[in-house]
Design a binder for this molecule. Structure first.
Ligand SMILES: C[S@@+](CC[C@H](N)C(=O)[O-])C[C@H]1O[C@@H](n2cnc3c(N)ncnc32)[C@H](O)[C@@H]1O
Length: 243
């Protein structure tokens, strides 16, 4: 192990509270500052809450619940695509892998589809796509981008995701990074029950997930680096099949 970054405590800072979630326990705040703040503490009605920077000036409450994520992604939905320009290339990477493995008539499930950065690249080639996400506002944008019908758009917490449908493939881009190992175990169990034998999974995320790998035959996995607005980061990918 190597300690390679620290965040120093400070009571001295300048910045402006631009907006915040108006609920009793605010899920997010937008705080503009010239210095690169990673964590901040805010007092709301006499209670102190800690927040961590996620995108640009937006901070998400620590130990966020699915409701907090829904509120946060609803708030940033309209600017989300500009915050993650690298996701277009990551989506291209997934599409390239899908070409070699997934038949054009396959019924595909995309987890945590967000505003549809990947979905809109899938639909012209694989018309049988179902997308799911916890943020209704993100999915509204995805619907406009993809022209998918309502029955193929499911607003759901992936931890509780349920559908009668069965799929031939599951794809996922940057949507599982938030979950604990126990939650990933639950998600893997649940979503893998929704794909047929020989169903294919293609993931690009920040980590590899052993909960998925131990239940599947991994065909290919690895890491690659990608430039983002906040620096170069490694991304993990995995292609696997349900035997
Ligand atoms: C980093 S974004 C990725 C979105 C999209 N896949 C992309 O690459 O642009 C993460 C997505 O996960 C969704 N999300 C977070 N927690 C979730 C949960 N518990 N269930 C379903 N979706 C969730 C968010 O709403 C958000 O759209």
């Amino acid at each position: 192990m190597k300690v390679n970054r620290v965040y120093q405590y400070s009571d001295e800072f300048t910045g402006k509270l631009a907006s915040y979630d108006k609920r009793k326990k605010p899920s997010w705040i937008q705080f503009e500052s010239d210095i690169k703040i990673q964590f901040l503490r805010a007092d709301h009605e006499g209670v102190q809450y800690w927040y961590r920077r996620y995108f640009q000036d937006y901070f998400l409450i620590l130990n966020a619940t699915p409701n907090d994520y829904a509120s946060y992604y609803d708030e940033i939905a309209h600017s989300y695509d500009t915050m993650v320009p690298q996701n277009v290339q990551l989506a291209d990477f997934i599409i390239e892998k899908m070409h070699t493995l997934i038949a054009k008539n396959a019924h595909i499930l995309e987890l945590s589809a967000g505003t549809g950065i990947l979905s809109k690249k899938i639909v012209p080639e694989w018309s049988n796509l179902t997308i799911t996400d916890i943020s209704p506002k993100c999915l509204e944008i995805a619907k406009t981008e993809t022209h998918l019908s309502d029955e193929n758009i499911i607003v759901a917490d992936v931890l509780k995701f349920n559908t009668e449908k069965k799929f031939d493939a599951i794809v996922e881009l940057m949507g599982l990074d938030y979950f604990s190992d126990d939650e990933i175990e639950k998600i893997a169990n649940n979503v893998l029950s929704k794909i047929h034998k020989n169903g294919v999974l293609v993931f690009v995320d920040r980590h590899h997930y052993s909960s998925f790998e131990k239940r599947l035959k991994v065909l290919e996995k690895g890491f690659f680096d990608m430039e983002t607005p906040t620096g170069k980061f490694p991304y993990a990918y995995m292609i696997a099949i349900k035997e």
